[in-house]
Design a protein around this ligand. Structure first.
Ligand SMILES: C[S@@+](CC[C@H](N)C(=O)[O-])C[C@H]1O[C@@H](n2cnc3c(N)ncnc32)[C@H](O)[C@@H]1O
Length: 256
C-alpha cells in the first residue's frame, strides 16, 4: 500500500470522506499544501494531528471540501433562475428545491430571497452538505462583509441586518424557510420529487465516473420536467444520455 493509499484509508476511517471519488492529482496537491502550511512532514504526521487536535481536524475538513461560496454566484445563471425557472416551478404547487453542497447557505438563501421578492409560492427549501461545521454557519446565517459582495444593495437593505461587529445577519423570514441537513452525496441516499436541484461547484473535484454516478442520482431525484443546475466549470457534455436537455448556460431540464 502506498503512503497516499494509506492516507485515503485513514481519512475515510476518521473523517468519513472517500478521497477515491476525488481527482487524485488535485487532491494530493491540496493536501501537500496543507502539510507545508502547518509544518507537517508526512501523511502520518497529519493523521496524528487530526487525532489529537479537534480544531485542526475541523479546519482540515473545511479545507478539503473547499467551501467557497457567494450570494447570487454567477449572476447570468441567477437571471435565468429568476425569469424562467422559478416562475415555471411555482405555477402549481409549493416547489421542492434542493441545494446540494450548500456550503454557507448563500445559494439557497439567494433562491429564498428571489421567491419572496417576486411573490412566488413559498417553496420547501432544503440545503445539505457533508461538512457539519459549514452547515452550522449556514444555519446561523451571519456573514462577513466579503461574503456578501456583489449582492444587490436593495436585497442587502431588505433581507439582512447590519450588526455592531460589522457582520450581516440574514432576516428570520428568509432563514426559517430553509431546512439544513448533513448529507454526503457520495454515500447517503437521495430524496426524491424535487422541482429544482442546484449542485454547483461541488463535483468539479470528483472523477468523471463519480460525476456521472451523481448526475444519474440527481436525475432520479427530479420530478418530470424538473430543473438541474450545475456550476460554470461543470457543463454536462451529453445531457441526453442522462435524460436531460440543456435549457440555458449551466441549466438542464429532465426530459420526462
Ligand atoms: C465550493 S462549495 C459550493 C457551494 C455552493 N454550491 C456554490 O456554488 O457557491 C462546495 C461544497 O461542497 C461540499 N461537498 C464536498 N464534497 C461533498 C460530498 N461528498 N457531499 C456533500 N457535500 C460535499 C463542501 O463541503 C462545500 O461546502
Amino acid at each position: 500500500m502506498t503512503d497516499y493509499e494509506k492516507l485515503k484509508r485513514d481519512i475515510n476511517d476518521r473523517l468519513g470522506i472517500d478521497l477515491n471519488a476525488y481527482k487524485e492529482q488535485q487532491m494530493r496537491r491540496r493536501i501537500n499544501q496543507w502539510l507545508d502550511r502547518y509544518d507537517l512532514t508526512s501523511y502520518n504526521g497529519l493523521i496524528r494531528k487530526i487525532d489529537e487536535d479537534p480544531e485542526h481536524r475541523a479546519k482540515f475538513v473545511e479545507y478539503l471540501t473547499i467551501n467557497t461560496s457567494n450570494f447570487f454566484r454567477d449572476s447570468s445563471v441567477f437571471k435565468v433562475i429568476e425569469e424562467q425557472v422559478l416562475p415555471a416551478i411555482s405555477k402549481h404547487n409549493r416547489p421542492r428545491i434542493w441545494s446540494a453542497g450548500a456550503s454557507i447557505g448563500a445559494e439557497i438563501y439567494s433562491i429564498a430571497i428571489l421567491m419572496k421578492e417576486y411573490g412566488f409560492t413559498p417553496g420547501q427549501l432544503f440545503a445539505t452538505d457533508l461538512d457539519e461545521v459549514i452547515l452550522r454557519k449556514a444555519q446561523e446565517g451571519v456573514y462577513l462583509a466579503n461574503q456578501i459582495t456583489g449582492m444587490d444593495k436593495k436585497y442587502l437593505d431588505k433581507y439582512f441586518l447590519s450588526q455592531s461587529d460589522g457582520t450581516w445577519a440574514i432576516t428570520e423570514s428568509i432563514k426559517r424557510q430553509v431546512s439544513f441537513k448533513k448529507h454526503d452525496l457520495l454515500k447517503d441516499p437521495y430524496e426524491r420529487n424535487f422541482d429544482l436541484i442546484l449542485c454547483r461547484n461541488v463535483f468539479i473535484y470528483f472523477t468523471s465516473e463519480t460525476q456521472a454516478r451523481l448526475i444519474k442520482n440527481f436525475v432520479q431525484s427530479l420530478k418530470p420536467n424538473g430543473y438541474f443546475i450545475v456550476g460554470s466549470a461543470e457543463q454536462i457534455m451529453d445531457p441526453a444520455s442522462f435524460g436531460l436537455q440543456r435549457v440555458s448556460y449551466c441549466i438542464y431540464q429532465k426530459t420526462a
